[in-house]
Design a protein around this ligand. Structure first.
Ligand code: GTR
Length: 357
């Protein structure tokens, strides 16, 4: 049985959601799934431009930044690229978490223009930001602790210590700090997005960082947007065996006993409320399970309802390439395989424009 987000209507006001139930669900995700994000401040957080170039005959400015962090004598950092429309202040920012830059074997994020389509994003008047978060936490069970982990040694003990997904989400929030500090965009007009493992990180980032105004999950599947109980394809046992460094150690203890996990992923989506949320799947991606991603997106609507907003109520699982939802939650199941494609962005961008403009 799925845990009930609103405890069978026991939670029926925004106030009890925000003061009681939401913090309770946050704590459960920290403790049992992604691990605890440290709250201790950094001693230094600084982003500097290392390279500037112009693309598309000068229509797009590309700046590469290095974000440097320090705490208690240790330091680490990573690069992110900002693609800006040449004219005027941006109407918003689309931040794409990219943990794939070191891993050449992963080709499904596709070409840069599929994964970070700066031409489409800047044409809408937004900046596109592509953050190479694996530079501060490698996607590697052997060495993921070399980097960001070392900045918070005291909070990193035990089975609820964070894993790579938590660290990538944290890194994305530090990019948000810089975008706001440098006056690129206003707080609340930042979208966080990710494909697959980065989609899981984007959802966790959006749940924790309420400065993010809109959240997009692209094929995030198991431990991302898909309800775990009853799903096809990847399960806790598979993900924690293949990628033991992604989540906290507690999570692996729920392999083959998913029914006992105090949360399920529809509750993670609900933590985005009342901010607009887009979930998308790919029709041939049964490992991620499109039906269960849709189910989670639909269930999350209960919390949007508390705020008087519409989710996906009344919708049934759609045919491929038919986007559904015209409120605060939208969904599509793109025809094809796992990955992020231009088709996906062609649906996300009007959704963002609808809510930001
Ligand atoms: C799958 C993996 C998933 C998903 C994705 C990825 O093979 O099992 O959990 O996140 O690919 O590599 O990012």
């Amino acid at each position: 049985m799925l845990p009930d987000i609103l405890k069978k209507d026991e939670v029926n006001t925004v106030e009890t959601w925000e003061k009681v139930r939401r913090p309770e669900i946050m704590r459960m995700f920290e403790t049992w799934v992604y691990g605890v994000t440290p709250v201790e401040p950094l001693d230094c957080l600084e982003a500097k431009v290392t390279e500037t170039e112009y693309l598309m005959e000068g229509a797009v400015k590309k700046e590469t930044y290095y974000l440097h962090m320090e705490r208690k004598g240790k330091s680490c950092g990573f690069h992110y690229r900002v693609f800006s429309p040449a004219m005027g202040k941006a109407a918003g920012a689309v931040l794409m978490i990219n943990p794939f830059s070191r891993n050449q074997a992963l080709d499904y994020p596709g070409k840069e223009l599929d994964h970070m389509p700066y031409d489409l994003i800047t044409a809408c008047g937004y900046i596109g930001v592509h953050a190479d978060v694996d530079e501060l936490c490698a996607d590697d069970a052997e060495c993921y602790k070399e980097g960001l982990w070392e900045l918070f040694p005291e909070s990193m003990e035990g089975a609820a210590a964070w894993g790579a997904i938590g660290m990538w989400a944290y890194a994305a929030s530090r990019v948000v700090d810089c975008l706001i500090m440098q006056d690129f965009v206003e707080c609340g007009r930042i979208v966080v997005c990710g494909c697959s493992r980065a989609g899981k990180a984007a959802l966790w980032c959006g749940a924790q960082d309420e400065r993010i105004g809109l959240v997009i999950s692209n094929v995030s599947g198991c431990t991302g947007a898909a309800v775990t109980r009853g799903k096809t394809g990847e399960h806790i046992k598979d993900i924690t065996t293949q990628f033991p460094h992604w989540m906290c150690k507690h999570y692996a203890s729920f392999a083959d006993r998913e029914e006992e996990l105090p949360v399920d992923q529809h509750m993670l989506l609900a933590l985005c409320a009342p901010r607009p949320l887009y979930v998308s799947s790919a029709s041939e991606d049964s490992w991620a399970d499109p039906q269960k991603e849709f189910e989670a997106a639909k269930l999350a609507g209960e919390v949007y309802g508390l705020y008087g907003e519409t989710g996906l109520e009344g919708e049934t699982f759609p045919k491929a390439d038919i986007p559904v939802g015209n409120g605060f939650i939208c969904y599509h199941n793109r025809q094809g395989v796992h990955g992020c494609r231009r088709y996906d962005w062609e649906q996300y961008l009007p959704f963002i424009q609808n809510h930001f403009n």
